[in-house]
Design a protein around this ligand. Structure first.
Ligand code: SF4
Length: 66
């Protein structure tokens, strides 16, 4: 799995950070997403998929085949 985030779309809602804190963080100044691990271990996949599905800005993109 390979993750990309669109920080232009991200509205800083932070759901991804709550669900998958080992993969996503937020910038201190404006709350915009920071991708900590673009190719996480398989144990993180479910949390990453949930993060992508609940992101209100649809800013998290997953390439499941990468
Ligand atoms: S859930 Fe989406 S909008 Fe919220 S911080 Fe994460 S990437 Fe940004």
């Amino acid at each position: 799995m390979k993750i990309t985030v669109d920080d232009e779309k991200c509205c800083g809602a932070g759901q991804c950070v709550l669900i998958a804190p080992e993969v996503f963080d937020q910038r201190d100044d404006d709350g915009i997403v920071v991708l900590l691990d673009a190719e996480p271990p398989a144990g993180q996949y479910d949390a990453v998929r949930e993060s992508a599905s609940v992101c209100p800005a649809a800013a998290i993109h997953l390439d499941e085949d990468a």
